[in-house]
Write a protein that binds this ligand. Structure first.
Ligand SMILES: [Zn+2]
Ligand SMILES: [Zn+2]
Length: 636
């Protein structure tokens, strides 16, 4: 009799199967309704192909396009489909790698000259491949065999040569194209319902600018055409909102080759930055935060002690001072720990909430830099909370409320994700488990939906991340709350307990905006540049119709300035309609036209950047209205 395995399903039912049964056959029996949607299966958190045998007992589930991992697998499978099409049309190409990315997938090719106009031809070939419903055929080979299979593919050879000799290597064959790949994939090319190729671009092999420039083709794919066309519409909208474009038009910030990946904030951009920081500080002060400032360059020994040297070195910058090695801080924790250690602390002082708007530098590969979204230096609205174990839950609760208050100010919807112990973790396993239980308890209590990411915590503790949903449905990870039982140990942090003995505080790292600069990019895209009144660098533009209205225009502007509003007068001798158009492009909240009638009545003729005509208003009354809008941080 064959060996048996026991599988448990998400509806809590259990069933016994022959060991080695095809995953697909289990799905056929247990997931009848979802059969068409199943892309792969998950056994004990491992994803395997539908065609693979099930060898172990445990939890069994299917992956669909709705799951993040399912979408990744779908998009990654799409990259093989595209590579096969490219191989068919351009047999001379050498293939590099083809991963899924946040928003689709790409494949890098060498020896490929292709222009945007050529893409429809590739798409046509892709359509054929989808219709052919070619299966992904997996095989396991040893290193020697792999080197033989890929002898004409130098990039694959480089990857294979880096593997240990004993490594089992898997390949997947789709049609006539066999690729080096760990998998898994969708069962066959017919699953890729709709696929669109996006602009080709240059990309260095391994993102390294000293290596060869390859041709990267980006693509996006969905189970059906309707989803694809909705997505393309969203991308079109995203293009209009691109903060890099709007940031330039609105004169907020710029980037320069002299400091790649590091934003230069102009006057108006700096204004937004300061408003955002001031508001965050206001919310911090309400919750009894302290505010620290610590140096950017710190001695290597500190980074060795903190564990950053071991775990974060690849992302750090270094320098030497008086022949002693120093690092530019990638995080603010060690500096704030040194402040904590400057004196003894009693349990009565806890929790200590040490805030810092710290400038951190992290080395990102040049290929991934993207406006304010992916930068090499940024300001973290950071804080480190030192508390007793008993205080952890209350502190977490407060942080969830804090985040909610800040995000609600901008009308952001969001969800939370809990990430648990990663493989490369620091600290005691028991403490990790304890921390994870506390985090879960608080999340459950919040009553909000959350998701668990197994194994994706920081190296020093589990964390809760907040993902903001913007106006066009994209999500952005911003706030993070990380429990840390390890760092207090490493730095021997203590407080004097009620019992007169020394105790170890718990440390919580938290940031709510994430990076101030990135959050500004997000605000620009979310509002399509039309910032709420309270945070807009220029709130009002006064447009005198003719030269003889200039003095009245200036007088109105001065009155508004005295009231604390930010006003500019358009003194150019352009037509009023052109001035209105320009003011709308600048995204000022209110445009005030003044002419003979307004001058006589001491009024302004109000319209908005959305071209709503509000008509004449008494100057003092209009000022009062605006001040209320500012004070209440209204979103319009
Ligand atoms: Zn693959
Ligand atoms: Zn920290």
């Amino acid at each position: 009799m064959a060996d048996k395995i026991k599988l448990k399903f998400k509806d809590k039912s259990k069933a016994e199967f022959d060991k080695g049964i095809k995953a697909e056959d289990v799905v056929k029996q247990k997931f009848k309704k979802e059969l068409a949607k199943a892309l792969a299966t998950v056994i004990n958190n491992k994803v395997i192909d539908l065609s693979a045998p099930v060898e172990e007992s445990g939890d069994f589930d299917i992956l669909t396009f709705e799951d993040d991992a399912g979408m990744d697998l779908f998009r990654h499978s799409s990259s093989h489909v595209m590579a096969l099409a490219v191989k068919r049309l351009y047999p001379q190409v050498k293939v590099a790698i083809g991963p899924s990315i946040e928003d689709g997938f790409y494949y890098d090719f060498d020896n490929l000259k292709i222009k945007e106009e050529d893409l429809p031809k590739v798409e046509l070939e892709i359509k054929k491949i989808i219709q052919e419903k070619l299966p992904f055929i997996r095989r396991e080979v040893n290193k020697q065999e792999a080197l033989k299979i890929f002898k004409h593919e130098p990039y694959k050879l480089e990857l294979i040569n880096e593997l240990p000799d004993s490594e089992k290597i898997t390949t997947y064959k789709l049609g006539e194209f066999e690729d080096l790949c760990r998998g898994p994939h969708v069962p066959n090319s017919g699953f890729i319902g709709a696929l669109k190729l996006l602009k080709p671009a240059g990309a260095y092999w391994r993102g390294d600018s000293t290596k060869k420039m390859l041709t990267r083709i980006y693509g996006i794919s969905f189970p059906d055409n309707k989803m694809l066309s909705e997505h393309l519409k969203m991308m079109e909208e995203a293009k209009k909102r691109d903060h890099r474009k709007l940031g330039q038009e609105m004169d907020l910030f710029s980037f320069h080759d002299e400091a790649p990946g590091m934003p230069f904030f102009h006057d108006k951009g700096t204004f937004i930055w300061r408003k955002l920081v001031d508001y965050t500080i206001e919310l911090m002060k309400k919750r009894n935060y302290q505010l620290n400032m610590t140096p950017i360059i710190l001695n290597k020994s500190l980074w060795l002690q903190s564990g950053h040297w071991e775990h974060f070195k690849e992302n750090m910058y270094f320098t030497s001072i008086d022949d002693v090695e120093h690092a530019i801080k990638p995080m603010n924790c060690p500096g704030n720990i040194l402040i904590y250690k400057t004196r003894l602390h009693s349990y009565r002082e806890l929790p200590i909430k040490a805030g810092e708007f710290g400038i951190v530098h992290r080395h990102e590969l040049s290929g991934v830099l993207s406006g304010l979204f992916r930068v090499r230096y940024f300001t973290q609205d950071d804080a480190h909370i030192f508390c007793t174990e008993e205080q952890v839950e209350d502190q977490l609760q407060e942080l969830i409320d804090f985040t909610h208050e800040l995000y609600s100010t901008f009308g952001f919807d969001y969800h939370m994700e809990l990430s648990t112990r990663p493989e490369k973790a620091m600290g005691d396993k028991k403490l990790w488990n304890l921390a994870e239980i506390k985090l879960k308890a608080v999340l459950d209590k919040s009553g909000k939906k959350y998701k668990i990411n197994e194994g994706e915590g920081a190296f020093y503790g589990p964390k809760i991340d907040f993902h903001i949903k913007d106006a066009i449905g994209r999500t952005w990870q911003c706030a993070t709350i990380q429990l840390d039982f390890a760092m207090p140990e490493k730095f021997d942090l203590t407080y004097d307990g009620k019992d007169g003995r020394k105790h170890r505080p718990v440390m919580i790292h938290r940031t709510i905006l994430g990076a101030v600069e990135r959050f500004i990019g997000l605000l620009i895209e979310h509002f399509a540049g039309k910032l709420p009144l309270w945070i807009n660098p220029v709130q009002v533009k006064v447009l005198p119709i003719a030269e003889r209205h200039m003095d009245y225009g200036r007088k109105v502007a001065n009155e508004m300035k005295k009231a604390g509003l930010r006003v500019e007068v358009d003194e150019r001798s352009e037509s009023t309609s052109k001035k209105v158009r320009d003011a709308q492009l600048e995204k000022v909240n209110y445009i005030l036209v003044v002419g003979d009638k307004e001058q006589k009545d001491n009024t302004v003729n109000v319209r908005t950047r959305n071209n709503e005509i509000k008509g004449p208003r008494k100057v003092d009354e209009f000022i009062k209205e605006l001040l209320i809008e500012v004070k209440e941080k209204k979103i319009k």
